[in-house]
Design a protein around this ligand. Structure first.
Ligand code: SFD
Ligand code: AMP
Length: 634
């Protein structure tokens, strides 16, 4: 496959939305409204097909962010405090509050578009936990993407979406982001998208760390294999300031097939125990005091729930079990009528299976394959490998502008969700320090960012042109792996092993091994230290050199090459930020053995920025502003 055979296609737009996931769909839906008003053009680009792209591809069984503000039970402040506590004090309250105050309307739209939400006899949503509601969500992404596509189609010539086009690199001019380049993974086309405003919503990152699944299970992970760090790469390469790049997410999941635990803990009120049947959250409650004030608040932060579980395993008390049989029995124990109890049992069983079938089908297959009946036997749970997903319980992403009414000049610089780079916005997993937005909050943040980005386009009419030289340079860079393969493929008789190049799969294995062993992966119990991190960074430097020798024999491999370059940058920013933060703040996500305590002087954001001019990194400490609390005091 020859690079010169790819046709260059230039697409001009006002707003360019990168990604087709929850945040992108929210942005397309909302921005379409404002684009119609101001006669602006929107182009959306997804590497996959929006019906089943991103984290919601397989569907979901719950919407994890719904406040139900009109019922008066929850307040925005309650939610902000919950998120701040879960992230051990490190969160942008202004961003969390901005999403929280708009999220209910998003959920109501989802229902209007046909998403079935569980209801009780009075027609109220059925809560899983305080902030989570249950859905029949197998077709969640289809429903949401249809609404986004419809909104774009209603713009006529002014609304376009491109599917199966992989975005590789930002286009920069004088420090402003003026577009992006990418290539089709189905047609021989190189795309140059030129825009007045660019919105980065390309999700988080998986397979940066070596997964627990190996051999026949290789590739299986909790986070979708398609999200590979494009968001972080894009903003870092544009020179944007990043935040919380150290705050990975390590979910606890049903072992090996990564099934969700939320419904079991919150809806079925199940316990998790060690092999002796001891509830480690109770047994080890005192250990949480070391992490006060956050460790002692309810609910216990996700990373500390992990931490107590990891300590059990360390002490040889595994396996850890979700006590599904106990939880189900408890729900029917008080029903005196035998027939009624049997009916309830059947109902609970079907809910348990649906939880997996809605979102992690392989977990249902795992149960079937191992003859597990949840009402009869417990199931193993385990901590997964680390992922980067700021919309869940991680926090890594771009440092973005928040709402003016909840912020100050440090947190608000003009347009909601604008990064520190002119013309470049970020939302969903691409924006940092606003965790627990989940599917509904990511869509909502996309709406907020989409609206702001159209305003930016209206206010900034002129976009610099892109010269032919710039296009040719980017083309050469993007297609280099094809040329490397073509030039060297005859040197060896094995297409995958060649002294003159490295194939993306091997490159990924190498990266994962470094991250796992030096940066606190699953196989080392999530522990790391300065000497390990420094060694890891040294190895990443070699990987950067090797990245120039990546080789691709076809379009699919070309995409794999770029996915791994994106992962590499995500990895580097992660190691650098872990190194910078000289304390342990999220012990169940990663533990600094050389700084095992949480320190008050580190109750700050650890930000970082790569300078494209000098190819150097800057590490920055920023205060946690505490907007809501401050505003209330005033
Ligand atoms: O409970 C490129 N999430 C859950 N949220 C809920 O509300 N309820 C649940 O039940 C959830 N569960 C859950 C969740 C996530 C995962 C992985 C699992 C289970 C297994 C969280 C949400 O899914 C998440 O918050 C949102 O999806 C985040 O939205 P966004 O838009 O930030 O990311 P995305 O939806 O993954 O979309 C990313 C898009 O980018 C595209 N893309 N496009 C072009 N070029 C490139 N180089 C690209 N790279 C990526 C993708 O194709 C995609 O369209 S629970 O179990 O936790
Ligand atoms: P999960 O299935 O782990 O992604 O969880 C879904 C939702 O339930 C998220 O909002 C989690 O934060 C929350 N959650 C999961 N487990 C617990 C728990 N043990 N205590 C409190 N909240 C939980």
């Amino acid at each position: 496959m020859k690079a010169e055979n790819f046709e260059t296609v230039i697409v001009e737009t006002d707003l360019l939305i990168l990604g087709g996931g929850m945040a992108a769909c929210g942005a397309a839906f909302e921005a379409s409204h404002w684009a119609k008003k101001h006669n602006r053009k929107i182009v959306l680009v997804d590497k996959a097909a929006m019906e089943r792209s991103g984290a919601v591809a397989m569907g979901l069984s719950a919407i994890n962010l719904y406040l139900g503000l009109k019922n008066g039970k929850n307040t925005i402040e309650d939610y902000v405090n919950y998120v701040k506590n879960d992230l051990m004090g490190i969160t942008r309250e202004d961003l969390v509050a901005n999403i929280a105050r708009h999220v209910d309307s998003t959920v109501h739209l989802f229902e209007k578009w046909g998403l079935p939400i569980w209801k009780d006899e009075e027609g109220n949503y059925i809560n899983e936990g305080r902030w989570q509601i249950m859905i029949h969500g197998e077709a969640y992404k289809n429903i949401v993407s249809e609404a986004a596509k419809t909104a774009l189609k209603e713009l006529g010539e002014n609304g376009r979406y491109y599917e199966r086009v992989f975005i590789t690199e930002p286009i920069m001019e004088g420090g402003r982001c003026i577009g992006a380049v990418g290539f089709s993974v189905r047609e021989m086309k190189f795309y140059v998208f030129r825009a007045r405003a660019v919105l980065d919503t390309m999700g988080g990152a998986v397979h940066v760390f070596r997964p627990r699944s190996v051999g026949e299970g290789l590739g299986r992970s909790w986070y979708p294999p398609f999200n590979s760090g494009a968001s972080a790469y894009f903003t870092i390469r544009a020179g944007a300031e990043m935040t919380c790049q150290e705050v990975r997410f390590v979910p606890v999941r049903f072992k090996d097939s990564y099934g969700p635990v939320g419904a079991w803990f919150l809806l079925f009120k199940s316990r998790a125990t060690n092999a002796k049947g001891e509830d480690y959250m109770e047994k080890r409650a005192k250990e949480l005091e070391k992490w006060a004030p956050y460790g002692t608040v309810k609910p216990t932060p996700a990373n500390l729930r992990n931490y107590l579980m990891l300590k059990e395993i360390e002490e040889g008390n595994g396996p850890i079990y979700m006590r599904t049989e106990e939880a189900i029995k408890k729900h029917v124990a008080d029903i005196p009528d035998e027939k009624e109890a049997r009916r309830k049992l059947k109902h609970l069983e079907s809910e348990a299976w649906e939880d997996f079938l809605d979102m992690t089908i392989s977990q249902a297959l795992n149960w079937a394959a191992h003859n597990i009946m949840p009402e009869e036997s417990p199931s193993e749970i385990s901590a997964c490998e680390p992922y980067f997903i700021s919309s869940h319980s991680g926090a890594s992403g771009a440092w973005v502008s928040g709402p003016a009414d909840l912020g100050n000049s440090e947190t608000s610089w003009g347009y909601d969700n604008l990064t520190t780079v002119p013309g470049l916005f970020a939302a969903g997993d691409a924006s940092g320090a606003s965790s627990h937005k989940f599917s509904s909050g990511s869509f909502t943040e996309g709406r907020i960012a989409g609206k702001a980005a159209i305003a930016y386009c209206v206010d900034n009419e002129i976009t610099p042109g892109i010269s032919d030289d710039q296009i040719n340079e980017l083309r050469e860079m993007v297609f280099k792996p094809l040329a490397t393969y073509d030039d060297n493929k005859d040197y060896a008789n094995d297409p995958d092993v060649n002294p003159n190049f490295i194939k993306p799969k091997m490159f990924m294995f190498r990266l994962q091994k470094i991250m796992d062993e030096y940066a606190g992966g699953a196989s080392v119990g999530f522990r790391t230290s300065e000497p390990l991190l420094k060694k890891g960074l040294e190895y990443l430097e070699f990987m950067k050199e090797d990245a120039g020798k990546l080789a691709a024999s076809d379009m699919n491999e070309l995409m794999r090459c770029w996915e791994n370059i994106h992962r590499l940058w995500q990895a580097e920013s992660h190691i650098r930020t872990m190194l910078f933060r000289e304390e342990t703040r999220w012990p169940g996500y990663y533990f600094r053995t050389d700084f095992p305590e949480m320190k008050s002087e580190w109750e700050v954001f650890a930000n970082c920025k790569w300078d494209p001019g000098s190819d150097s990194w800057q590490m920055i400490k920023r205060e946690v502003p505490g907007m809501i609390t401050k505003k209330q005091e005033e």
